[in-house]
Design a protein around this ligand. Structure first.
Ligand SMILES: [Zn+2]
Length: 125
């Protein structure tokens, strides 16, 4: 997870770029706390939903810009497409679920909470 360059942050709040080696999430540098978590979950939701496949001219442009073989990309701006709405819905569901852990706790949710700096209760031994 990296901060977006200032020039890009004025247009979008988050970008997911998949390459042949790793997935990269860029977040607007001013986004903090819950907003930052929501942006990251939105981009992760694009990954989970199989969005953002790129090819042709876009792939070649990103290869030249980043020097990487880009295989997928999505940006969080406005929710005007079906993919954007679906990614936002899934991000909201994940965040809601993370804030309402099951009785007795859930190890996976505790790890997610710890990663994002939230205390979801229970032991994390
Ligand atoms: Zn998006």
């Amino acid at each position: 997870m990296l901060d977006l360059p200032a020039e890009a942050a004025s247009a979008v709040s988050g970008i997911w770029v998949a390459t042949t080696k790793a997935d990269h999430i860029f977040v607007a540098p001013g986004a903090a706390g819950l907003l930052r978590v929501n942006i990251v979950l939105h981009e992760v939701s694009h990954m989970l939903l199989g969005h953002g496949k790129v090819g042709g001219d876009v792939e070649e442009a990103m290869r030249r810009l980043l020097g990487l073989s880009v295989t997928g990309m999505a940006a969080r701006s406005r929710y005007e497409t079906v993919e954007e709405r679906d990614a936002e819905k899934l991000a909201t569901l994940i965040l809601t679920r993370a804030h309402t852990p099951p009785e007795g706790g859930d190890e996976g949710l505790r790890k997610i909470g710890k990663t994002f700096g939230y205390d979801l209760g229970g032991d994390d031994a």
